[in-house]
Design a protein around this ligand. Structure first.
Ligand code: BMA
Length: 316
């Protein structure tokens, strides 16, 4: 049985898999959990990330405001399902991820610069005061996702170079840093292989450490005559050299099928940005943006996902 390595989260949100459901990832029955009603100035609240904090949870939320500016706010929750969002904008930009490394909380997000998007990085201890560090890339990049610990004494970040528009290509790379200031030593991790992800792939939540390797959920995009469709896939990366893909599911694990995923500002988008994992039970709660409009929640377990990846492995 595959095991998660990390903290126990006894108050992880959870719902059992519906009877008769065949797939390894299932949706929360109360979806979506966050909508524009959570903030009076929001047009939409979607691709967002959460982390355990004290007895409860904190989070960073992508808000497109009613001028359609893209901004990030923080929020708090006792149960990780019902969230109170703060009106204060902490940064401009989008698609935030949040990652605890050695007791501090690191935000990485798509930072807007006059020259295109970079990966912004900021650190906080209290979610009130933020220190912005150097950007982790030059323009143009998106989907910067930190690993939750140093590997061989280096911080590591998954990153997806792109263009200034709605990029029609995209591979996942890793970059490394000794000090979170200078980044380099890029390595290719993976690109699109199967049809459901053929246009581009990008990392999702903070990778989950397991005894089988790093469990990485990611998004993959297919282009149809109706535009892009974003689904979620999963792969297992080598624990010491995470640019090596050990196993990778050939099919998506979650695709836009429910009404809140297929109808919204951008239809047909499932965009995972966070996962909470309880190491005691192996339960995982995945937070994803739905149709660029709201935040939704899905569940799986470490064992069930890894078992599925291995049974549907495209790496032979
Ligand atoms: C990507 C990002 C995401 C968004 C997705 C679908 O390029 O901008 O924030 O969810 O497109 O519109």
């Amino acid at each position: 049985m595959a095991k998660a390595i990390g903290k126990a989260i006894s108050n992880l949100p959870w719902e059992n898999k519906p009877a008769g459901y065949q797939y390894p990832v299932w949706r929360y029955s109360g979806n979506p959990i966050i909508t524009r009603d959570n903030l009076f100035f929001a047009n939409s609240i979607f691709n967002s990330a959460v982390v355990p904090y004290g007895d409860g949870f904190r989070g960073v939320f992508r808000v497109d405001d009613r001028t359609r500016d893209q901004v990030i706010v923080t929020g708090r929750s006792a149960d990780a399902v019902n969230w109170q969002l703060d009106e204060k904008v902490i940064f401009r930009g989008y698609d935030p991820r949040i990652c605890e490394i050695d007791g501090r909380y690191y935000l990485s997000w798509v930072n807007l610069t006059p020259h295109g998007t970079t990966i912004g990085v900021a650190v906080t201890d209290d979610f009130e005061n933020w220190e912005q560090l150097e950007d982790a890339t030059y323009p143009v990049a998106r989907n910067g996702v930190l690993f939750p610990r140093k590997i061989n004494d280096e911080y590591m970040m998954l990153v997806r170079p792109c263009d200034r528009g709605h990029t029609p290509y995209g591979d996942i790379f890793i970059e490394r840093s000794k000090d979170l200031e200078y980044w380099g030593k890029y390595r290719f991790v993976m690109g699109p292989v199967r049809n459901w992800e053929m246009t581009k792939v990008g990392a999702g939540p903070t990778p989950i450490e397991t005894d089988e390797g790093w469990l990485m959920f990611y998004h993959g995009v297919i282009t149809s005559c109706n535009g892009f469709t974003y689904s979620m896939g999963a792969a297992i990366l080598d624990i010491n050299e995470p640019w090596k893909v050990l196993h990778r599911a050939d099919s998506f694990l979650l695709a836009p099928h429910e009404i809140y995923e297929t109808v919204g500002d951008v239809p047909n988008v499932v965009f995972p940005c966070a996962a909470l994992t309880d190491s005691a039970t192996g339960r995982i709660a995945i937070y994803y943006g739905a149709a660029d409009t709201s935040v939704a929640l899905a569940f799986t377990t470490v064992d069930e996902t890894i078992d599925y990846i291995k049974k549907h492995d495209m790496i032979k």
